[in-house]
Design a protein around this ligand. Sequence first.
Ligand SMILES: NC(=O)c1ccc[n+]([C@@H]2O[C@H](COP(=O)([O-])OP(=O)(O)OC[C@H]3O[C@@H](n4cnc5c(N)ncnc54)[C@H](OP(=O)(O)O)[C@@H]3O)[C@@H](O)[C@H]2O)c1
Length: 262
Amino acid sequence: MSFENKKILITGGSSGIGKAIVSELYRRGARQFAVMGRDLKKMQALGSEFPEAKFFYLPGDVAKSEVIEKAIGKLRKEWGGLDILINNAGVVSAGALEEISDEDIIAQQNTNITGPILLTKHALPLLRQSSDAAIMNVSSGLGLIGMAFYAPYAASKAALRQFSEALRRELIGQGIHVMTVYPTATDTPMMKTANTTGMDTPEQVANRAVDGLVNREIDVIMGGERMLKNRKLNFEDPLQLDEILKANYEAMAKRASGHRSM
Ligand SMILES: NC(=O)c1ccc[n+]([C@@H]2O[C@H](COP(=O)([O-])OP(=O)(O)OC[C@H]3O[C@@H](n4cnc5c(N)ncnc54)[C@H](OP(=O)(O)O)[C@@H]3O)[C@@H](O)[C@H]2O)c1
């Protein structure tokens, strides 16, 4: 896949994994980006790092349908089509379920799953104009294996996984590749309050994600052997995985209680 003339729309391209994906695509020849995010200044700062690329800023909250309709309208007018949609923007608010505010529970679902579904729906007519289209959804390892103290976040990310799978089957044979990326703990602003060590870098995730896009993979799963082993165990004997995870219960509770990036 050549990225040279590709028109790319990415949500949350101004920070962390999204920013690293922009950088990786730029390194591989991409020069046209539309970026959606709430903070215009952060998007302008991103654009200034890549002076040879054309950036189209779409400020607004991806969870709001009117923002999405307006953004897609602008893209239709400016570009007339779209080659790659990357649903990357996401938020997290962790902790014991009873301690998470209703607002944070609702916002996680709105941003992490409802927004991507609506954006994909409205972007599809533009993607159909492309001869080589793709949709990349950035889920999470927690969308594959549910972990204590991340219940609303895990629910939103598992929903994104299932959305990807269903849509891939719905679009079969229509020239639009649908893939999902599952990062595990990655060193980005989202993790500032997570108190975790041994994380991937956003560049590692971006490199694997873009390789996956080029190779038409359907799932890019980070976390190495440990993730593969835990997924197998979670499928074959989930109660045994419960027992293993129980050993870290207190530490996980403590770590998650302060983890919020909204
Ligand atoms: N970091 C990890 O350990 C990790 C692990 C697994 C999965 N993930 C997933 O990877 C994706 C990227 O995460 P990250 O770690 O790179 O996070 P990040 O550094 O906090 O960046 C999040 C990006 O999303 C944008 N965003 C957030 N809410 C938005 C909204 N309502 N509307 C529009 N844009 C919004 C932010 O821009 P504004 O603030 O300007 O809106 C920002 O550009 C997320 O979906 C996350 O759930 C991350």
